[in-house]
Design a protein around this ligand. Structure first.
Ligand code: HPA
Length: 272
């Protein structure tokens, strides 16, 4: 895609909705219920936006929600598309560039993940401190679009320390015990084998999933202040004896939903 293609998508949205968000939020599997807490101004289904990628996974909604959290203007992606659906990395991360063009400055990425760290348990929330992208195709491969960012972006602080501190403060205020760790993205859609989880553990990963890292790379590149929260919906393959299935992942995300929603609401309400 060229810069003009992204501009066209952003302008299409702007024509429908006159609203400049400060914070962009991507809601992961089973975490879409957060929208109920938001004072909604507009909604826009992805399917109504020309050239916008649409999710093919059951339970993954697909719409933008524009509204307020306290005084803060937000745009929320209720559902995202994944690389394993057959979309290119460019398509998967296109919405991040579009939200940048809509004027958003802070990017909060969320997801459901499998817990690798043995001190975690299903239902925990983990602040993403850093990520490992080495198992996915880098979404910046291709001709650089200088209007968005530079060819070789620095990655030394993708997840802003200042935002991590604010999420921790929210956790303290709400008495929510928060974990902190490294998230690794694999392509999926198959879950991992126990041997793969052992490898990821040795490499320093605390949680594993199929999203977020590619979005964080694009977000960091195009100048967002990025942060992320992962909902550990299950212990990863071989860490627990249970087998894994998507339904259980979604159900566990919903169980942690209230805690998750309270946390991100408080975080955004207290940003300034
Ligand atoms: N592995 C990969 N992705 C996931 C998992 C998992 O165990 N749980 C939720 N998303």
């Amino acid at each position: 895609m060229k810069f003009e293609d992204y501009l066209n998508v952003a302008n299409y949205i702007k024509e429908k909705i006159d609203f400049k968000p400060k914070v962009a939020i991507v809601l992961g599997s089973g975490l879409g219920g957060f929208v109920e807490k938001v004072k909604v101004e507009f909604e826009l289904d992805y399917k109504d936006i020309p050239n916008f990628p649409i999710s093919t996974v059951s339970g993954h909604k697909g719409r933008f929600v524009f509204g307020y959290i306290g005084k803060e203007k937000v745009v929320i992606m209720q559902g995202r598309v994944h690389f394993y659906e057959g979309y290119s990395m460019e398509q998967v991360t296109m919405p991040i560039r579009v939200m940048k063009l809509l004027g958003a400055e802070i990017l909060l990425l969320t997801n459901a993940s499998g817990g690798i760290n043995r001190y975690f348990k299903a239902g925990d929330l983990m602040i993403i401190q850093d990520h490992i992208s080495s198992f996915i195709k880098n979404p910046l491969i291709g001709k650089n679009i200088d209007e968005f960012g530079e060819r070789f972006p620095d990655m030394s602080e993708v997840y802003r320390k200042s935002l991590i501190k604010k999420i921790e403060e929210s956790g303290k205020r709400l008495n929510i015990n928060l974990k902190k760790g490294v998230y690794v993205q694999l392509s999926g859609p198959s879950y991992e084998t126990p041997s793969e989880i052992k490898m990821l553990s040795l490499l320093g990963a605390d949680a594993v999933g199929m999203s977020t890292v590619c979005e964080a790379i694009i977000g960091n590149y195009c100048g967002f202040k990025v942060c992320g929260i992962s909902c550990v919906t299950n212990m990863a393959s071989g860490v627990s004896k249970n087998t894994l299935n998507h339904k259980e992942v979604e159900e566990n995300a919903k169980l942690a939903g209230k805690k998750f929603s309270d946390l991100i609401y408080d975080f955004i309400e207290n940003l300034e």
